[in-house]
Design a protein around this ligand. Sequence first.
Ligand code: FAD
Length: 279
Amino acid sequence: MDLPISLEFFPTKTPEGAVKLRAVRQQLYALKPEFCSVTFGAGGSTQDGTLQAVSEIMVEGCAAAPHLSCIGQSRESIRERLAAYTAADIRRIVALRGDLPSGYGVGGEFRYASDLVAFVRAETGDRFHIEVAAYPETHPQAKSPLSDLEAFAAKVKAGANSGITQYFFNADAYFRYLDDLQHAGVDVSAVPVVPGIMPITSSTQLMRFSDACGAEIPRWIRMRLQAYGDDTASIKAFGLDVITALCERLGQGGAPGLHFYTMNQSVATLEIVNRLGLR
Ligand code: FAD
């Protein structure tokens, strides 16, 4: 099995964190990632950190993509971001609606990610390869699974080149999603939808994230994680088995690549890719 790999990081908040993340990235470059992406805090706290981290990654010799979320933003502020990304020689972005932290009003001049994609294309033509988010288990705010498929199709129509999924633990949901997208008019061989992979390293963090983003933890996984309690060694060992098996199935079923949510850690991602025999 040979699959392209991409890696996702989030910007650090302290100089010590940045030093640690640099070391993590150096370890992960052994996986020869196609690109690394860096998240963008819709609330604003880490937005400059995104460009800084992306610039560092490019200096380190790897292609990099900043995430860009549009909720709460004006056209002018997005235009300024795009100008900064152009000046930094960035060629790929992950275009999102984003979620504002509670306490922020909605506001802004963009409603959906498809509006952002259309704006980026209108402003910058074909300069950027545009990635967008995809939800095999349906976005939690979607009116229905069908309307969420249509939302993805609208992003493609607006000019998105490819998709990265929210993480999931059920390979069938992903394959079904690809079939449904195809029926909804998205040519998934021309617009690859890469599965997002979340290594399991901690039970409480995973439960918290999954509840917030609508990723289903199957009962058998949840029960096992709960039974391990504070036994982090067992959680990690179990997590490696489960996620390696998931990636194997995805690869065998024709997934076009694997996008790892590294959580700024190297060990689990390295071990999974090693077990898959990919590098
Ligand atoms: P959209 O595609 O706009 O969809 C949002 C909701 O609106 C969905 O329920 C959709 O069904 C619905 N919708 C869309 N268009 C229409 C329409 N025309 N009519 C009716 N309903 C519609 N968040 C961050 O803040 N920063 C990040 O860096 C970040 N990175 C991410 C990376 C990946 C790979 C993924 C999968 C998610 C990421 N997120 C990030 C989370 C993301 O911002 C949230 O999931 C957010 O709630 C939705 O963003 P979106 O781009 O999918 O929005």
